[in-house]
Design a protein around this ligand. Sequence first.
Ligand code: APR
Length: 243
Amino acid sequence: MKHIVFLSGAGISAESGISTFRDAGGLWDTYNVMDVCSAEAFMRNRQFVLEFYNKRRRELADKKPNAAHCMIAELQREFPGRVLNITQNIDDLFEKAGCQGTIHLHGELTKARCEVCGYVWDIGYTDIVGTEHCPFCKAARVRHHVVMFNEQAPEYVRLYEAMEGLADEGMLVVIGTSGLVLPVEEFARCAPYSILNNLEPQDAIDDRAFSVHMYEKASEAAPKIALLVRRFLNGEDKSEELS
Ligand code: APR
């Protein structure tokens, strides 16, 4: 059956006021990524890393989804079971927009995880101070539920399954990622149709791998993306219209 896979990165949340990582003024301009977002940093300075993510979590509380998050939620309601949403983002803007079943490849800020038993639970916007106990096994080894560099990313299994499934009547829509962590260009080659939306061309992405590219804000691209998605899912597409 025709289906859509959305794959997003920090750019989709930029207009909601959440910093991207690698754009000018992005998070990795202010912080050295390996000091705050790596397995080694966490082993060296647990409190510092916990506090970095506490700050990110607090900043999320008043952030609102934008037209791009809402567009995906709306398409999921319109085409039940045919719109899969995968993101590298750890914010909760898809959930706030009403998206269902979002796969967060790099974890979720609003959840905590027990390092002993692996139990994951909602903590909303509250800090992790380091003295908490796991509600399941009671161990005092509670951490942020975020995948850092040099850590395993268990949800990548579902990402690769979804990418393999694209060959079978799928459309891939990539929004707001530099392609430096995920090989989105290779993914596009798996799909009969694909759309790329970023603010500007990225060194790591050969946009010729995509049927369509839109270099503009995600909120501005959203209505055009929705139109192409509807045509594709309703079987009205012709390959020449999509390229
Ligand atoms: N609309 C669309 N795209 C945008 C917008 C916008 N309003 N603003 C920025 N972008 C695009 C930029 O053009 C860039 O391609 O978003 C992308 C942001 O790239 P990165 O900052 O590298 O973010 P991302 O690709 O999500 O990073 C991947 O790196 O550090 C890790 O774990 C972190 O999940 C993250 C991963």
